[in-house]
Structures are given as C-alpha cells and as structure tokens.
Write a protein that binds this ligand. Structure first.
Ligand code: SF4
Length: 458
C-alpha cells in the first residue's frame, strides 16, 4: 500500500536518534559496569537455572573493509590471528560457564560479525564445537549465521547446515555496480544467486537477505532494479537497513563520497519503494525495517503479537537472557546490559588475566524496564497499550508515563498515531517515524541534541 508522506513531515521529524536495539541505548551506559558487575549478573543468572538463554558470538574478521561498514570488523589475512581469537573465545566460554555451570539450555544462537564465514572449515567446526560442549542447544532452537556471499562457497554452505545452523543471512546491500563502487564492495549478481540456491538446496529453514538504502549513488531506478532481483529470489526475510553515515564513530566511512549520498527526501523515497514493492509481493512489513513472507514465522509472530527485538534484530524466540562472546559483544542478562571491550588487545588481555572483558554497561531500574517494554511494544506491535506491564511492575503505563503520552498528542495531529480508549496505535504513516515516537519515551535523550552520536531518523 502506498502512503503519501508530506515533505513537511520529513523535514519536521528528520533528526538524530537511536535505532533502539536496546533501551537505554549504548551511549548512556557507563564504565562502572565491568567485570565485577558482570560476575554479579552471572551469579543472579545461576540462581535461575530454568531460564532459557540466547547466545551471540561475534566473529569480527573480514577480507577487506567496505567503506560504509558500521560493524566492529577486523581485516586480516592471517589464519593464526583467527586461531588465537578462538583460543580466547574458549577462555571466555570457560569463565562464563564457571558461574552458570555447563549445559545451560539455549534456544537461540547467532553468529555475527564481521564475516563469520571468513573462518575456514576447521575453525568453523572448532567454534561450533566449543559452544556445543559449553551449552545445551535446543534441537528446535534458532541457530543463525550472517555470511558474506563473496567469500562463501557451496561446500561451505552445506558445512554450515551440517554443523546445525538452520537460518542464514546473506549480505547483499545493493546489486547496482555504481553503488557497489561507491561503497567499496564488488559483489556480482550471478555468484550471489548461485549461493542463494545453495542455501535452498542445503535446506535452511529461513534465508534472509540484507539490503541497505540511502547508500551513495543509489537512485529510485537503481534500487528498483535491486528490489526486483531480490523479489525474484523470494527470500523468507529481508532486512532493509537505513545507511547510517556516522564517520565520527566509524572513520572508515570517511571514504564515502558524501556528494553522492541521497538527500533526506530521496532516501525516504528509497525506503518507501522497498515497502511498496515488498508489500505488493505479499511480504509483511515487520517493525522498523524488516519484511517477511506471510508464511514465515516472523510474520506469524507479528500476527500473534509475540515478536521481539534485540541486538540481533527481530526474532520470534525471546529468551530471558542474552550472553555475548567475542570482541565488542553485547549481553543482556539479569536486568543488566554488558558490553565487551571493542579492541582486540583489550578483550584478549582481560581474558588472559581471568577477567571478564566487559568495559561498559547499565543496570536497569524499574523505570528503565517499563520504558524498555513500551519501546519494544512500539517497535514490534506498533502500539502502546495503557495497561502494559501492569502485572510485572505493579504500575500502569498511562499512570507512570503520563507526561510522555501527552508528548505524543502532537503526533496525533500529524496523523502518526491515534489515541484510542485503551492504547495509542501507530498509523500507516506513523510507521515511517517509529524512532521519533520511541524518542518521546526515552528518559535519557538530551533535548538540546548534545553530541551527535546517533544517525538521522529519516
Ligand atoms: S563485509 Fe560486512 S562486516 Fe565486513 S567490512 Fe564489509 S560491511 Fe563490514
């Protein structure tokens, strides 16, 4: 369905803002949460032996750095560095399980990076084996991996399936050659199509393709062609991320020629095009920027209102706690966020002295938990029910966040939300401004704008 969004609204709401993969967001976290607090969190988790776990393993290695990259990646051609990295992951697994005991139940495992498939066969087997011997992975669990198709082979895809991965995500970004040149990433269409077929032949339950809109040299015509190719492939899911140009955080982005970046209105049009094309092809628009075939469990979870959003994106299997391993990994457990050191040396040195390599984090207060639940509801279910979380926190949303709800009134005038008797509902137009709506519930945002740490919302 095509929604006409007036340009005035775009200029009014185009401002820096978080993407809310967490609340409170990372810039709010402090170095006071380190090794000692993580030990306490793990101690608390050990007293909840029945709680299910999600695991994240960060494998940061890549062949070369793409100009637009916003991930914590390490360019290396030295296999010994990767072996050494895995030695340290093994130490980290040992330290964490010394608190929890071995064989805690895991319902979700995700490998991200970097390019996890930069590891060779023996390294992939070793990494998977280490996790399997430390945790009990549910046979029906979500076991997913992100891969760079440019370095993958058909054999590797079958190996990943054999190891136990049942979901796979292929980085595409854009098939247009001009765009690829502008972002320093050459990826030919034909081999990518062959690799996609290999994923289907290997029997992955879900194949996801990643796109990015707002890249340099992208035009509605070029993006339309990329979308047509994606739709021919019929992936189960597509993530269509907004390019966040933040060279002050990611210096590699200084290589992006900003004169080729689409203007905010043009960038918005690119995303609108994606929404139109995917919806017309029978995909459900999930939350902020994902699309799923209507038979995919993400779309089913949307209907059942059981969607969840975390650092790993939208998911259907929310475990109570997320444990992260590897450089820069972010955990979310026992009401704390913890982030590992982003520098390889720092992360390794901590582990060598038997310290947990956490350098920042946040302990969530009851107020944080209520706001977090509210933001999750907006991001997943596109609504704020007034009696939200009343059982969990003994407080009703419309009593605890009265002022914040009032701040949403002007959005109703702009047609972005609708106040109903029992909830605030996001309208079709409002879906494009979800981040802005969430910002009204954020107790930590600097109203003056402060230091520009976030990307722009449009
Ligand atoms: S392949 Fe992905 S993680 Fe690696 S540099 Fe390119 S964008 Fe970053």
């Amino acid at each position: 369905m095509s929604v006409a969004v007036p340009t005035e609204l775009l200029s009014k709401y185009d401002r820096p803002g978080p993407r809310y993969t967490s609340y409170p967001t990372v810039p709010v976290w402090t170095p006071e949460v380190g090794d000692a607090e993580y030990r306490r969190a793990l101690g608390d988790l050990a007293r909840l032996p029945e709680d299910e776990l999600s695991l994240y393993l960060h494998l940061p290695f890549c062949l070369a750095r793409c100009h637009y990259c916003g991930c914590n990646s390490i360019v290396s051609r030295d296999p010994e560095i990767i072996d050494g990295y895995l030695d340290h992951v093994e130490r980290e697994l040992g330290l964490v399980t010394s608190f929890l005991g071995r064989k805690r139940r895991v319902v979700q495992l995700h490998w991200g990076g970097g390019s996890p498939n930069y590891l060779d066969e023996s390294q992939l087997r070793r990494a998977f084996g280490m996790i399997r011997s430390a945790f009990e992975i549910e046979p029906e669990g979500e076991i997913s991996i992100e891969i760079d198709p440019r370095i993958a082979t058909r054999e590797q895809i079958f190996l990943l399936r054999e190891l136990g991965f049942n979901r796979i995500s292929l980085g595409i970004q854009d098939f247009d050659r001009r765009v690829q040149k502008a972002i320093g990433r050459t990826q030919h269409e034909h081999p990518t199509r062959e690799l996609y077929s290999a994923c289907r032949d290997a029997g992955f339950e879900s194949v996801n393709l990643d796109l990015i809109y707002g890249l340099p040299a992208q035009t509605p015509e070029s993006f339309e062609r990329t979308l047509s190719t994606i739709l021919e492939l019929r992936p189960d899911r597509v993530a269509c991320y907004s390019y966040a140009h933040v060279p002050w955080v990611r210096p590699n982005q200084k290589k992006v020629d900003t004169t080729f970046l689409p203007a905010p209105n043009d960038k918005f049009r690119l995303f609108q095009l994606a929404v139109e094309r995917f919806q017309a092809a029978g995909y459900e628009w999930i939350g902020l920027d994902h699309f799923a075939r209507s038979d995919d469990e993400l779309a089913v979870a949307l209907q059942r209102r059981s969607l969840h959003r975390s650092f790993m994106g939208y998911t259907t299997r929310p475990a109570e706690h997320l444990l992260a391993f590897g450089v820069s990994g972010i955990g979310d457990l026992a009401n704390r966020f913890v982030q590992n050191d982003s520098s390889l040396d720092g992360w390794q040195q901590a582990l060598e002295s038997d310290r947990l390599p956490v350098v920042r984090g946040h302990r969530l207060s009851p107020d944080d938990l209520l706001r977090r639940e509210s933001i999750l509801n907006l991001m997943c279910n596109l609504e704020l029910p007034f009696d939200l979380t009343s059982a969990r926190f003994g407080v009703r949303l419309h009593e605890a966040l009265r002022e914040e709800l009032e701040r949403l009134r002007p959005y109703e005038k702009d047609g972005l939300v609708r106040f109903e008797t029992d909830r605030v509902a996001v309208t079709e137009t409002g879906r494009f401004f979800l981040r802005n709506l969430c910002m009204e519930l954020d107790a930590y945002l600097d109203p003056t704008g402060g230091k520009p740490v976030f990307s722009r919302t449009v």
